[in-house]
Every structure is written in structure tokens, then in C-alpha cells.
Design a protein around this ligand. Structure first.
Ligand SMILES: Cc1cc2nc3c(=O)[nH]c(=O)nc-3n(C[C@H](O)[C@H](O)[C@H](O)COP(=O)(O)OP(=O)(O)OC[C@H]3O[C@@H](n4cnc5c(N)ncnc54)[C@H](O)[C@@H]3O)c2cc1C
Length: 433
């Protein structure tokens, strides 16, 4: 009976250390926000990264031959639940997006030369990367609509296109660009990935798009989302990452584990918001009692606890399935947690904000920042609607219309069948009467 919710003692020690370390060493950096330049922030983070390396926790998402731990998704999930409590923690542990996903693609599909030139320096923290796929003109949730083109000129490729929301584009050393290489191929075999150094002629990073996260325009800061024009960008054959036409396949392999990590990080954020909600319930008084005595607030607390527990178990189950049967087998579970986890995060943060009133809305607490963060979770990496539709389609494959159009559970029909089947008993009952 292999059904076990416990964590190995050695790994539990690591988790306990991470929880303490993130809280004591990383949380304090958050409140300095824009007071620290990126340079100063990385100087503060570097010694922390050293400690993470010493604990053998650096870039744990990668296989051991690339300096990772080869943990598998369940352990990574438990780890990300802790790292998710702070925006900076993933960077301290060497698995911040988008570098973590990009390093996974490079590890999976990169040639030995590409690994030497891009992957190893990325893992060492000497380079930064970005993933450039979404385009303002077409729906990002349907990547078969991509318009950016890469055309072979015999010696290499010429890329033309317009992207936005390329996270960290303006601080990256190289971009992984998704471009259509064969518009006539089947929809999911049209695009390929290219490694494009940012200083390649024709790469024009025009701005970091102001967002709910950073409403004020700012450029060249870590965590920005860049708008980029690619105008006759020439790259050699060596820029092609993976096989021609394999862009979607590679993107999928990056997204599956990434969604598990996202969902576990969201639980870290939810937990922090939940702790604030509960703390508030103990001391804020209104209309003769503390908030914790009001049934609505009690409902918020109980509902949040139940929903977080459900999301946690669903996510760990998806991770477990992925470890045992691979990403394809876990597709439905991953879609389930993507939209359910995003909703739980949103609702828990919203309740925490509501319970704090004006204080929650203010920047004196981190809840408003969590709220903005939570809003985006409902559409990046696939909007709620797309994941719901995908789950429903997969589920419906297991169903067929009933014969003769009569619902399988139709009681009069079942009663007739049952009467026939149990006629001898019914007769006995009648004769005993
Ligand atoms: C913080 C952040 C970071 C990001 N980082 C990156 C990055 O590094 N690289 C990158 O390439 N992109 C990035 N993105 C972009 C992100 O991947 C896209 O926003 C996402 O794929 C959705 O695409 P879209 O914005 O074009 O929305 P659209 O595809 O236009 O969708 C808009 C809405 O339409 C509805 N909809 C769409 N499809 C369906 C459907 N099939 N059924 C029903 N309703 C539907 C949904 O309500 C959806 O929210 C980032 C976005 C954010 C917010």
C-alpha cells in the first residue's frame, strides 16, 4: 500500500532550514523594495546564494549532472511552497522564472555547445535570460496564432516580429524567441525556438510595459516585462534550439513542471495572506467584538483553510503523478491545479485584504502587492478558461451519449430493469403478503 503523505526526515530537515532561512534572511530584503538598486540587491543576495549552494539546494529543478538535485516534482513542490512566500526567494535558490524554465529547455534540447555557451553560465548566475513568445497583436493563449517569423537564408535565420511581456527582457543577456519557421506545417509544428543574444543587431527593446505590478514606467530593472521588436535579426544555424518545428513541444515541457512550481508558490503566498487574516481576526474590534467572533470572518478563515488544503493536495498529487508517469499523463491534474490554485490564491488574498480594510489596501501591508500578483495568475501560463475547457474536454472523452437517448440514471427505466432482474424476490414478497 504505497500511499504516504509523510516527508523523508532528511528532506524535512532541509525544508525546515529553508523555512527559517527564507523568513529570517530573505523577507527582510522585501521591504527595501525600490530603495535598493538591482546591483545592491544582487550584492545582498549573493552571500545568501552561497549558503543555499552549501546546503546543496541550488537550482534544485535540474538534474544532478547539471548541478541540480534531481529532486522530482513532489520535493520541488514542497520546496516552492516555501520559496513562494517571498518574491526574492526563488532568485536566492537559483530557480527564479524565467531563468529556471529556460535552463530546463536548454538542458533538454540544447547542443553541447549551446549548453557551454548559455546554460552553464546561466546556472552559475553569470547570465540572465528571457523567454519571448507572447505578441500584442494575437492571443497569447493560442500560440498557433504567432506571427513572428524566422526564415532560413541558407547560412542561418532572419527573425522578424513583435513581442511583449518578455519578462526580464531588458536585463537579459539572451532571449529564447519563439518564431514560426514553417507556416504551412500542422499548427503545433509551425514554430521553433531560437537563442538570440540581446545585443544582436535588429533587437529593439523599446520599453518595459508598466503593469499592475509596476504601474510607473521604469526600464532595465529586474522583473520588468519588455516589449521588443525583432527587425531582420540575423542569427546562425547554431541559434536554433531543439529541432525545427519543435517549439510547442519544448514550450509544453517547460510549462508542465512550471505550473506545479507556480501553484506551490501561490500556496506560499496564500499562507502568508491567511496568517495576516487570522492575526487581524484576533485583535480588530468592531460592533462589540473582534472580527474573529463574526461568522462571516469565521467562514473566511474556515473556507480559506479548506481551499488551501484542497489546492495543496491537488498540486502534490499532480506532482506525484508527473514523477511516476510523466508530464503527459498528468495533463489533466496540471490543468485542474492551474485554475483552481489561481482562484484559491485570489480568494484568500482578497479575504485578507477585506479584513484589513483601508490598511489592507495600503502599501503599509504586503497584501495589496499580493492581490496584484494574484490577479495575473488567473491568465498567465494559460487563462482559467482555457484550462477549464481542457479539463472538461478530457473528462468528456470518458463519456458517450446514452443508448436511445435515455439518461443512464433514468429511474423508471432502471426500475423496470430491476423488476425484471429481481422478479423472483418480488413474487416471494407478494406471495408472503
Ligand atoms: C506577469 C506576467 C509575466 C509574463 N511573462 C511572459 C514571458 O516571460 N514571456 C512571454 O512570452 N509571455 C509572458 N507573459 C504573457 C502571458 O503568457 C500571456 O498574457 C498569456 O499567455 C495570455 O495571453 P494574452 O495576454 O494575449 O491574452 P489572450 O490570449 O488575448 O486572452 C485574453 C482572455 O481571453 C479569454 N480566452 C482566451 N482564450 C480563450 C478560450 N480558448 N476560451 C475562453 N476564453 C478564452 C480569457 O479570459 C483570457 O484571459 C506574461 C504575462 C504576465 C501577466
Amino acid at each position: 500500500m504505497a500511499w504516504d503523505f509523510s516527508t523523508e526526515p532528511d528532506f524535512q530537515d532541509q525544508l525546515d532550514w529553508m523555512r527559517r532561512f527564507v523568513r529570517e534572511e530573505v523577507w527582510p530584503l522585501e521591504v527595501l523594495g525600490d530603495e535598493l538598486s538591482d546591483d545592491a540587491l544582487f550584492r545582498a543576495i549573493q552571500p545568501l546564494q552561497e549558503q543555499v549552494r552549501e546546503r546543496d539546494l541550488w537550482a534544485a529543478h535540474l538534474p544532478p549532472d547539471l548541478g541540480g538535485q534531481g529532486y522530482g516534482q513532489v520535493k520541488l513542490g514542497l520546496m516552492h511552497e516555501i520559496l513562494g512566500t517571498s518574491l526574492y526567494a526563488p532568485t536566492v535558490f537559483g530557480n527564479q522564472a524565467p531563468d529556471s524554465g529556460n535552463s530546463e529547455i536548454l538542458a533538454l534540447a540544447g547542443t553541447p555547445e549551446q549548453k557551454d555557451r548559455w546554460l552553464h553560465p546561466l546556472l552559475a548566475g553569470d547570465l540572465k535570460s528571457a523567454f519571448s513568445m507572447t505578441e500584442p497583436e494575437v492571443a497569447g493563449s493560442d500560440p498557433t496564432l504567432l506571427r513572428t517569423r524566422a526564415v532560413s537564408d541558407g547560412e542561418g535565420w532572419v527573425i522578424n516580429g513583435h513581442k511583449w511581456y518578455t519578462s526580464n527582457g531588458s536585463v537579459a543577456d539572451f532571449l529564447i524567441v519563439m518564431a514560426v519557421t514553417d507556416p504551412d506545417a500542422r499548427p503545433h509544428q509551425r514554430a521553433s525556438m531560437f537563442i538570440v543574444p540581446v545585443d544582436t543587431e535588429g533587437v529593439d527593446i523599446v520599453r518595459d510595459v508598466p503593469t499592475m505590478e509596476h504601474p510607473e514606467p521604469r526600464f532595465g530593472r529586474y522583473g520588468g516585462h519588455s516589449e521588443i521588436f525583432y527587425r531582420d535579426v540575423r542569427v546562425g544555424q547554431e541559434a536554433l534550439l531543439g529541432a525545427e518545428g519543435a517549439g510547442f513541444l519544448l514550450a509544453q515541457s517547460r510549462l508542465g513542471p512550471g505550473r506545479i512550481h507556480h501553484c506551490m508558490r501561490w500556496l506560499g503566498v496564500s499562507r502568508r495572506a491567511f496568517d495576516m487574516l487570522c492575526e487581524r481576526a484576533t485583535y480588530r474590534e468592531a460592533a462589540g467584538s473582534v472580527l474573529g467572533d463574526k461568522q462571516t470572518v469565521q467562514n473566511w478563515i474556515a473556507d480559506s483553510a479548506a481551499e488551501m488544503q484542497a489546492a495543496r493536495l491537488m498540486t502534490l498529487h499532480a506532482a506525484w503523478k508527473m514523477d511516476r508517469e510523466g508530464p503527459r499523463a498528468a495533463r489533466q491534474e496540471i490543468s485542474l491545479i492551474k485554475f483552481y490554485g489561481a482562484k484559491v490564491l485570489f480568494d484568500v488574498v482578497d479575504r485578507a485584504l477585506q479584513a484589513h480594510g483601508a490598511l489592507g489596501y495600503s502599501t503599509d501591508l504586503p497584501i495589496e502587492q499580493m492581490f496584484r500578483f494574484a490577479r495575473a495568475a488567473r491568465f498567465y501560463d494559460g487563462p482559467d478558461e482555457v484550462h477549464r475547457a481542457s479539463v472538461a474536454r478530457q473528462i468528456l472523452r470518458g463519456y458517450a451519449p446514452p443508448p436511445d437517448g435515455i439518461p443512464s440514471e433514468h429511474v423508471p427505466t432502471r426500475r423496470e430493469d430491476a423488476r425484471r432482474r429481481f422478479a423472483h424476490l418480488l413474487e416471494t414478497v407478494t406471495s408472503n403478503d
